[in-house]
Design a protein around this ligand. Structure first.
Ligand SMILES: [Zn+2]
Length: 136
């Protein structure tokens, strides 16, 4: 039986998610989380918190597709019912809006997901080595 004990300070989840949504470090809220569009800094340039433990993977794009899809489809249906515009007008409105919304949402949502992972100590954020799982 293991008797190893350790204390971990509580990490409030909502402030961490909000900081991530602003593309800031979930720990200090000051340092930039991203070194480029969706490339996460290895550690916070302000407080040094390790950020490389994140495993956001496909969840941020999934959230983008979910949100943008609901907004665009609702818009298309409402405009079609109320104004009956041409197909070309639909394409001219909704394709650029879909691209713009997707690009605008991807980085903040990835930041929010990483903030949630940091607050809940997922993967290596808890100070323990990542569990690789599988047979390796
Ligand atoms: Zn920081």
């Amino acid at each position: 039986m293991s008797t190893t004990t350790f204390t971990e300070t509580k990490r409030p989840i909502w402030p961490a998610i909000k900081r991530g949504l602003r593309s800031r470090c979930p720990n200090c809220g000051e340092g930039k989380m991203f070194s480029s569009f969706v490339k996460v800094n290895g550690e916070c340039p302000s407080c040094g918190e390790e950020l490389h433990h994140h495993r956001a993977d496909d969840f941020p794009p999934y959230l983008v597709i979910f949100i943008v899809g609901h907004v665009i489809i609702t818009g298309v249906l409402l405009v079609e019912v109320r104004y009956a515009i041409s197909t070309w007008a639909h394409l001219a409105i909704w394709i650029p809006l879909t691209i713009a919304m997707s690009l605008a949402l991807l980085q903040p949502l990835k930041g929010g997901v990483i903030g949630m992972q940091w607050a809940t100590r997922m993967h290596g954020f808890g100070g323990h080595p990542d569990d690789k799982g599988g047979d390796q």
